[in-house]
Design a protein around this ligand. Sequence first.
Ligand code: ASP
Ligand code: MG
Length: 404
Amino acid sequence: MLIVKKFGGSSVADKERIFNVANRILEDYKAGHEVVVVLSAQGDTTDDLLEKAKEISASPSKREMDMLLSTGEQQSVALMAMALETLGYPAVSLNAFQVGMTTSSTYGNARLRNIETDRIQAELDRKNIVLITGFQGVNRYDDFTTLGRGGSDTTAVALAAALKADKCEIFTDVDGVYTADPRVVKHARKLAEITYDEMLEFASLGAQVLHNRSVEMAKKYGVELVVLSSLTRAEGTIVKEETKVEKMLVSGVTADKNVARIAVVGLKDEPGKAFELFSLLSKKNINVDIILQSIGREGTKDISFTVGRDNLKEAVQSLEEHKERLDAQRIEVDEHVAKVSLVGAGMASNSGIATKMFEALYDAGINIKMISTSEIKISLLIDEKDANEATIAIHDAFKLSGEL
Ligand code: ASP
Ligand code: MG
């Protein structure tokens, strides 16, 4: 069996953890499996490198930034190879250049294009444990690129697809995907299985278990993932196309506090206004999430929508600049909002879910500002201060009825 195992930065943070991981790798190797391991940079290394760059330059070149950041992963794989050799087993570390992992040229947020498997296969044939740097790639100029924060997950899934691995295990410091953040909801339960689509919703809703693009890639190539902890022996969560548990309508609640609401008030109630408004934002690459348009009254209407907080300033600036052209009376901003979402592959065919969610918030006395729904998700915008209480209330409501 060929197994791809990925360990996150906290799993290899120090000497003890490195040997802990080395021993887990050896369990598979000793059982006769071929093992390819993807590693992240140790602990806070990537953050520290970012800091270091800041000390030198306020706006370092993106090429040099990736040259710098890609060293973190290289340290991890070399140290792990040394650990395995110390324990008496053959291992070899490879970076993206040595493997031949090519990406697009966008530094800092490159996309994987192709992975050569020859070198890896040759090393496996020599009975080596193969340790590969996560997060990095090489562009067509033969320069190092990085895949965006958390990108090592994506490296692992891409490798599993390219090598047609039998298993892809992602080890982190949590032991799986939960029905809600266990720090907020005491009764949160670990899910045995979750679908790619549900996981994608979770990932984009702020549950930082897996890199979003790794899930997209897993779905595209049908790579079944297991998310588990490197520190315990607990069974993890399997991420796959379809789960066995057909009757599970909902699989979890998440709260995302990286949200802000913008309201454009008093727009002329005529065709083309939404188009004009959102064109301004898309030109700046600003993602808009929930959108609400009021019923037109006395010739005007309001459009409100949410953006990520990091985009708020730029969005408002752009709208203020074009206020005249948009014919808007004013722009209002609410930064203290949060989005709680209920995710579940089974909710598409069940009409009672939304009602129960609204009831839970009503019972808790929490006001809803905006609502949006999709096939497998219902999101509600509320006050930020109510986020935890809302998460608990919703989780409890569905737990009581046996859904969560
Ligand atoms: N080391 C990189 C980061 O901290 C990539 C990763 O850990 O997945 O974002
Ligand atoms: Mg990660």
